[in-house]
Design a protein around this ligand. Structure first.
Ligand code: SF4
Ligand code: SF4
Length: 323
């Protein structure tokens, strides 16, 4: 099945960011060098002056100003930017850029083909069809890909992670010539092991419950009732009955965070705005004159969507209708 344009754009953004993530230390765009005991930012050395203070080269007042200018302001500025974007548009960083989420989606997809489930913890199997109705056969031989791909991602993350702390060319040279120091080899072995286990068993659980960047974005997004959200035309709920030829819902089947996208916003706390559900609903309903039932809404429409949802939920509940 060819991907909808929105999802192609997202994959492109994810690949570009993954490459940036890997190359950032190589070009000294951002890293902390443990051997030189200072950071690099945009190729410039980034000192906060603690060593100079200890050595008596600067006084306490200058050290405090340095700390504010070169540590607190950049860190708080970056956090403010991420939280500001999340306040208005939700966890866009997670769904469109985050290198961890790219791994989540890649392994989900392979595991889905191997087992019929996105994750080992899913209770039910996902229908074996793509949103456009084409079959998505399950085949246990995909396990031969799931585990090596998880290990390969974990190893590359571990190696890239080390280049954020040690001179990147030294790390890559050490890897290619098997001459890493004992500590570097230990770091890569331990990080690869932990990350492989996380990628295989807890990848989207980490995004939902453990990632501080993700949680702060979710809190900011939930607090803003006008933030962009996946809106559902709940009055058309009965149209969902024949979703995927009656085997749906396609939106639940594609969500990498294992959410139910037709739900009220507070139950979508971990939504990464990946738009997979929006794209799937667009594909499923491509022939329907009224179009898809899911689409992004924001501002007053987001508030109205939530109010309408709550009112209709009550009516449906009274009538025994379930999404
Ligand atoms: S609810 Fe939709 S937009 Fe949110 S994570 Fe799931 S598929 Fe992506
Ligand atoms: S909202 Fe769209 S994708 Fe989800 S069940 Fe209804 S028709 Fe299917």
């Amino acid at each position: 099945m060819s991907k909808p344009a929105l999802q192609r754009q997202r994959v492109f953004a994810q690949i570009a960011f993954f490459i940036l993530f890997a190359l950032t230390p190589v070009f000294d765009l951002f890293r902390y060098d443990l051997t030189e005991r200072h950071a690099y930012f945009l190729t410039f050395q980034w000192h906060i002056g603690i060593d100079d203070l200890i050595a008596g080269r600067i006084d306490a007042g200058t050290a405090a100003v340095n700390l504010i200018l070169f540590l607190f302001l950049p860190v708080l500025g970056t956090l403010a930017l991420i939280i500001g974007v999340a306040w208005k548009w939700g966890r866009l960083y997670c769904g469109w850029l985050c290198p961890h989420f790219s791994v989540v989606e890649t392994i989900n997809r392979l595991m889905l083909q191997a087992t019929g489930k996105h994750s080992l913890w899913d209770r039910k199997n996902t229908p074996p069809w793509e949103p456009d109705g084409s079959p998505m056969p399950r085949d246990r031989r995909y396990w031969l890909l799931v585990v090596p791909v998880a290990i390969a991602f974990a190893f590359s993350w571990a190696a890239v992670g080390l280049t954020y702390l040690m001179p990147p060319f030294g790390v890559y040279h050490g890897l290619l010539t098997f001459t890493l120091s004992r500590n570097e080899a230990l770091f890569i072995t331990a990080a690869t092991t932990v990350l492989t286990l996380e990628f295989l068993f807890a990848r989207h659980l980490f995004c939902r419950y453990a990632c501080a960047i993700g949680l702060f974005q979710s809190f900011a997004w939930i607090a803003n009732r006008k933030a962009m959200v996946v809106g559902f035309e709940r009055p058309r709920l009965t149209d969902c009955a024949d979703c995927l030829g009656g085997h749906g819902p396609a939106c639940d089947a594609v969500c990498p965070m294992r959410l139910k996208p037709r739900n009220v916003k507070r139950w979508m706390f971990a939504c990464t705005q990946c738009g997979q559900c929006v794209s799937a609903c667009g594909t499923v309903n491509r022939q329907r004159p009224d179009g898809p039932l899911l689409r992004w809404v924001s501002d007053e429409e987001a508030k109205r969507n939530e109010a309408r949802f709550s009112a209709q939920s009550q009516t449906d509940e009274d009538a025994g209708v379930r999404p």
